[in-house]
Write a protein that binds this ligand. Sequence first.
Ligand code: ATP
Ligand code: MG
Length: 454
Amino acid sequence: MMNAAEPRRPRADRLSGVRGMNDVLPADEALWRRLEEAVADTMRAYGYRQIRTPIVEPTGLFVRGIGEVTDIVEKEMYSFVDALNGEHLSLRPENTAGVVRAVIEHNLLYDGPQRLWYAGPMFRHERPQRGRYRQFHQVGAEALGFAGPDADAEVILLCQRLWDELGITGVRLEINSLGQLPERRAHREALIAWFEAHREQLDADALRRLHSNPLRILDTKNPAMQELVENAPQLSGFLGEASRAHFTRLQELLHSQNLPFRINPRLVRGLDYYNLSVFEWVADIDGTALTICGGGRYDPLIGMLGGKDAPACGFALGVERVLGLLRAGEPDAASGAQCDVYIVHHGDATLEAAFGVAERLRSAGLDVVLHCGGGSFKSQFRRADASGARFAVIIGVDELARGEVSVKWLRADREPTQTDGTAGAGAAVTATRQESVALAAIVDRLFDAIGEND
Ligand code: ATP
Ligand code: MG
């Protein structure tokens, strides 16, 4: 019994993470890694090379590159003044502007067109809710220096291959064409005239955007404005010959690869710099349609950010939303820790031998957990079972004196009748097979044992 008179140190307040910013715990790691590996493989298969840009950029990059009258720049950016030197900086809300900045800065287009991809955290001060976070992750690809609809088709096919690779079904492709600036201007005038004529039906957001960004009004989620928006003049009526040809060719190419899509004339995308092709991949998550990936052509951006004019297109997908789909498809996808060997040891000088065995096994390529913290063999075996290891190596004083250790088969699911070997650590441990092995032969013996079941 503790002395009751002993003063207790008060427990410190518990700190929490920032709202809307999540920890990815080890149980989810297998799922993340699967996505990351599928992404890296798919990007490589299309000749895209990875680029890593900083998480912080000058605020001006996003103001210019995304547009002042956008949700992102108006109210979602984590912007601050660097107290040490007065620079205006922002956590990146997306990565296209950063990639383009880097491409210009390092003159990458001098060597010809570039196929690039990235992955990493993005930051937007949005209201946190399901599928919407303040730190979230995107994977994206950018094809820079390509003008034709072939590049548009390529990035779309790349997405489809990624869904296939991940075993995701039921994502729908929607496409549209935003045309070119003069066409959008003509459409914009017509839109403003239309909304002016129905001013009394506009909500506050729409009134504010009427002259700054009327296209965004089409994106409204306000149910009261749906009919007005549906009957508004459509951009497709304002597209010229070249824009129509680009859009038609993209559709032909998608058809040629048997990729189904729907033309959605209301698809405008949130960012200002898009032109010609835009697309979104939409999935139903718990009955609501959610965009998991969006992209398109952004020919003006490189020039807008001070580079020599060059066409470009790309996309960004929301990692958390794709993981949500993966989880929905396989509720058991998350997995606990797994290793090949757990080493238990008890008695004088066994720890040194245990370290030695562990290092030899690791050098041979096995994943090894060495029991730390001592305790009885019984308590160590409980940890060994929980580790998911296939084998325990047991090091005791008497055996060690004879130059031997023991191998114990931990998992009943490794019986020869089972061939797929995928059963988890939760399987009942009924196997009791155990044998002595010469210390010098432990690596070979374990490899033989692994081979027995593979
Ligand atoms: P939305 O209309 O849902 O706000 P967006 O147009 O802002 O989407 P993009 O900037 O095109 O989204 O980003 C591409 C993808 O990144 C989205 O389709 C979505 O899957 C994901 N995404 C965007 N914002 C968030 C967020 N706050 N949390 C999680 N994922 C996000
Ligand atoms: Mg948004």
